[in-house]
Design a protein around this ligand. Structure first.
Ligand code: GDP
Ligand code: ZN
Length: 304
């Protein structure tokens, strides 16, 4: 659940019978990594499932002897076995900007993980505004959670048949992302009260400050499941291939299969017999980000 220099905080699997008998003292062991793993260059990441050797149950120590195969692996933040990315934005303060939101969504989609969206500070807007955004974003292919950490709106058990935020997070490893000031720390503090991340005052420094180190830690939800908080960044750089970009928009992804456009290198601008039409809400953002992706690729090619 945490990596600190050359030490690994390993939460014990209490469902494992071997562990169950011996864990009166500790639920986590502070572990080193076996030199055998160092030799083969086997990293140990937050989120990894590991095998521990030589546990010292009295002292709370052990050694990581093996890393089990990962289902997923993220680079930034470095997290193994994450199931989903939960993007948090605010309805107001700061204002909800569809371009910034799309930038984060596209970045999140590029991880290949499932992406879900949480819109906070609903207490600051009218029900009409919420409805307007719900309709807009559903055209993008997302079904956001509308919440307020201030009033607890949207944070209980869902009234209708919809999945509640709690259920969405249950027993999953979720990476939380989003710009500064939208209420990520407030939300995590609400979900996991003992964590107590610092919440920035609106007037104070909103950016950076909180995460001075590039240190990732997983926090355990009372309902089961783990949350990874990411260092706040406001303008994630899109680094995808131009040809990949269309797949990062759910509303067009469904039309894009191999051979769907006439040209296999179709960028869906004005090529003939392209299945992507220009009549969708985010098409202009797509074109904007396409320019960025092309510029990024050209910059890469110019490097020696
Ligand atoms: P972070 O930078 O995303 O972690 O945001 P913080 O959790 O530090 O919150 C930024 C500011 O927004 C703080 O002043 C919070 O008190 C405030 N805030 C958080 N959630 C809500 C909410 O639902 N409604 C309102 N009105 N303010 C909120
Ligand atoms: Zn096309």
């Amino acid at each position: 659940v945490a990596v600190q220099a050359n030490f690994y905080q390993v939460k014990l699997d209490t469902k494992n019978d071997l562990v169950k008998k011996t864990t009166e003292n500790f639920t986590q062991l502070l572990c080193t990594r076996r030199s055998r793993l160092k030799k083969i260059g086997q990293k140990v990441m937050v989120g990894d499932r590991v095998v521990i050797e030589d546990p010292d149950w009295a002292g709370g120590r052990g050694a990581v002897a093996e890393v089990l195969p990962r289902t997923t692996e993220l680079d930034r933040p470095p997290v193994a076995n994450a199931n989903q990315v939960m993007l948090v934005f605010a309805m107001a303060e700061p204002d909800l900007d569809p371009i910034a939101l799309t930038r984060f969504l596209v970045k999140a989609e590029s991880t290949g993980l499932e992406v879900c969206l949480c819109l906070n500070k609903c207490d600051l807007v009218t029900p009409e505004q919420i409805k307007k955004w719900r309709n807009k974003i559903s055209q993008w292919g997302y079904n956001p959670f509308f919440i307020s950490v201030e009033t607890y709106a949207g944070l209980g058990i869902a009234k209708d048949n919809s999945v509640s935020l709690w259920e969405k997070l249950k027993n999953k490893i979720t990476v939380i992302s989003g710009p500064s000031g939208v209420g990520k720390s407030s939300l995590i503090n609400y979900l996991i009260p003992h964590v107590n991340l610092r919440v920035a005052a609106v007037s104070g420094k909103l950016s950076r400050g909180r995460h001075t180190t590039r240190h990732v830690e997983l926090f355990e939800l009372p309902t089961g499941g783990l949350l990874a908080d990411t260092p706040g960044f406001n303008q994630p750089q899109l680094e995808c291939e131009p040809l990949e970009l269309g797949y990062l928009f759910p509303e067009v992804r469904q039309y894009l299969t191999a051979g769907s456009c006439q040209f296999s290198d179709c960028l869906h601008r004005d090529e003939p017999n392209c299945v992507v039409r220009g009549d969708w809400d985010r098409y202009e953002y797509y074109l904007m980000f396409l320019e960025e992706a092309i510029a990024h690729q050209e910059a890469l090619q110019q490097k020696p």
